[in-house]
Ligand binder design. Structure first.
Ligand SMILES: NC(=O)C1=CN([C@@H]2O[C@H](COP(=O)(O)OP(=O)(O)OC[C@H]3O[C@@H](n4cnc5c(N)ncnc54)[C@H](O)[C@@H]3O)[C@@H](O)[C@H]2O)C=CC1
Ligand SMILES: O=C(O)CCC(=O)C(=O)O
Length: 520
């Protein structure tokens, strides 16, 4: 613990008594959130299971209108939601207002996806009774929901990656009931949003088990959800340890299930020579803006910078160091996250060959994350795997590389990432082209001349990547493709029309796009 930070938590209640904690003051407030009992967990799982067959066959308009209803109910909570989230997370009002817009926008985008119906993936290969030497049967395929999904909300996005966040919205769009494990860092925010979802469920005339909220602080609660045979998939955003623990539980079940866990990423940024020569100073300042945003509590935070040695490299470091030295500390989400950040920074600073380029301003209050910027030589970085591990917060390591081949080698050594960023000018394109195959293998999103924080919610977005960025790099947690992670194809062979689901009936009553003999 560094000398500047006051004790992070006062009068910590016993483990069985969860109350909201204001990380800015260290004080608990509001009602008690009792740990869910075994009966409550069972009731939620049974209700989700009972709701599945009804919910997954809702017509597209009902399901889309329900998702829009959730968005409207969240908006109807009004300022009480923002106030509660501010008090529980220390995040500022504009950030939370923006996040609410992103959450409701995400729900409405999924409503559009549902209405359009492409996600059903309808395909028809008509029978060919005359085919020689063997006739072909009538084959029809569509996607159905996997089943009830356990979703674990993130601490760092109390709205957009939490109760009604991306995983919940995608699962509901896919036709899967959600049993939501509320994060203990924002129980009041979760309760407000959970009630809004349940109100929308009721207004839509859907079974209550379409959504349940279970907020608690024990690992037993999360473990019980993932272990239960009625849960068919898991969505998670949080620590690598937490995600890996849930993957293990899911794999050890008699019926293993997919876990879509978003865990750790350091998001490498590569500064190419011409871009660096043209704007080293501006890049240094912009980098620190992205690094310190939200106290660095983004899984897309730029935690690693690679560039070639020389005066432009030095100018970049000097500019970033000056910007960080003037950066005010910000309250971190929880005492635990603050403590992990402090430890991570201390560990980085104590590794051999690591130089501290700058620290941010020192905070006066509780749980204030002080920015940290380190510089290392490429060979030091190559020899020490600890230097490429995520430190969740405003901490970043700048790596000085002697040449582009060494830089490429360091990229090859990285684990899977959510993002990789290139800063380049036209003259850098050839060098960048050489690195693209490596970056495509490593990351879910490759971006140029921007910064990785701030994920657009859009159809072409990929917020995912190879392990440990996520547990399954084949999908995304943001954007409309997220619906696909909760779907499974079913083929109907020679079923009479009367038994076929609406999407596959001859008359196409839903009017959805269908591939006939492979042609849309
Ligand atoms: N890369 C990223 O996106 C994020 C990384 N983090 C990292 O995680 C650390 C802790 O932050 P948290 O948000 O509390 O993440 P966490 O992984 O500790 O908890 C997330 C959720 O999973 C549950 N959980 C965790 N481990 C579990 C287990 N073994 N069995 C059953 N349930 C389990 C928790 O109760 C909570 O609801 C941070 O200091 C940071 O290092 C946190 C948030 C986002
Ligand atoms: O950068 C963003 O907008 C999203 C980041 C994120 O997914 C996370 O921090 O968990």
């Amino acid at each position: 613990m560094r000398g500047h930070s006051r004790p992070t938590e006062r009068e910590r209640p016993p483990m069985t008594e969860l109350r909201s904690l204001n990380p800015a003051t260290g004080e608990h407030f509001g009602e008690v959130f009792p740990e869910p009992t075994a009966e409550q967990i069972e009731a939620a799982l049974a209700a989700a299971n009972a709701a599945f067959d009804v919910y997954r066959e809702t017509d597209l308009e009902t399901r889309a209108a329900f998702l829009e209803g959730v968005a409207a109910e969240i908006e109807a909570i009004g300022d009480a939601l923002i106030e509660r989230a501010m008090a529980e997370t220390g995040l500022p009002r504009p950030r939370l207002e923006g996040e609410r817009g992103r959450t409701t926008g995400q729900l409405r985008l999924f409503a559009k996806t549902v209405r359009q119906g492409d996600f059903l993936g309808a395909r028809i290969d008509p029978a060919q009774p005359e085919r020689k030497p063997l006739p072909r049967a009538d084959l029809r395929q569509r996607f159905i929901g996997l089943g009830p999904v356990a979703v674990f909300g993130a601490s760092n996005f109390p709205l957009a990656f939490s109760t009604a966040g991306g995983d919940t919205a995608a699962a509901l769009a896919a036709g899967c009931p959600v049993v939501f494990k509320g994060h203990p860092a924002h129980p009041g925010t979760a309760a407000l949003v959970g009630a809004a979802i349940s109100k929308a469920v009721e207004k839509a005339g859907l079974p209550a088990g379409v959504f349940s909220l279970l907020t608690g602080q024990t690992h037993e609660l999360g473990g019980a959800l993932v272990r239960d045979s009625r849960i068919k998939a898991v969505g998670f955003t949080g620590s690598r340890a937490g995600g890996v623990a849930l993957m293990k539980i899911a794999n050890e079940r008699p019926e293993p299930i997919p876990v879509y866990a978003e865990m750790s990423s350091v998001n490498p940024v590569i500064l190419f020579p011409h871009a660096l020569a043209a704007r080293a100073q501006a890049l240094g300042a912009a980098f620190v803006g992205s690094l310190t945003m939200g106290s660095g509590q983004f899984c897309t935070n730029p935690g690693l910078i690679f560039a070639l040695a020389g005066p432009d490299f030095d100018a970049f470091v000097a500019s970033a160091a000056a910007a960080l030295s003037a950066a005010h500390p910000q309250v971190m989400l929880t005492p635990g996250i603050f403590g992990a950040y402090e430890q991570g920074v201390e560990k980085l600073g104590s590794r051999p060959g690591v130089t501290v380029a700058a620290r941010g301003l020192v905070g006066e209050g509780c749980n204030q994350g002080q920015g940290a910027l380190f510089v290392v030589e490429a060979e030091t970085f190559a020899a020490d795997p600890a230097l490429s591990h995520e430190v969740f917060g405003s901490s970043s390591v700048i790596v000085r590389c002697p040449d582009i081949a060494t830089l490429a080698g360091l990229l090859e050594g990285l684990e899977g990432q959510l993002t990789a960023t290139l800063h380049l000018d036209a003259e850098d394109a050839e060098q960048a082209r050489g690195l693209l195959p490596i970056l495509e293998r490593k990351a879910g999103r490759i971006l140029a001349n921007g910064w990785p924080t701030g994920v657009e919610v859009a159809p072409a977005m990929v917020h995912g990547g190879p392990f440990p960025a996520t547990s399954d790099g084949r999908s995304t947690s943001v954007g409309t493709r997220a619906v696909e992670r909760f779907l499974r194809p079913v083929c109907y062979q020679d079923l009479p029309d009367v038994l076929l689901p609406a999407a596959l009936k001859e008359a196409n009553p839903l009017g959805v796009k269908r591939a006939i003999d492979g042609v849309l």
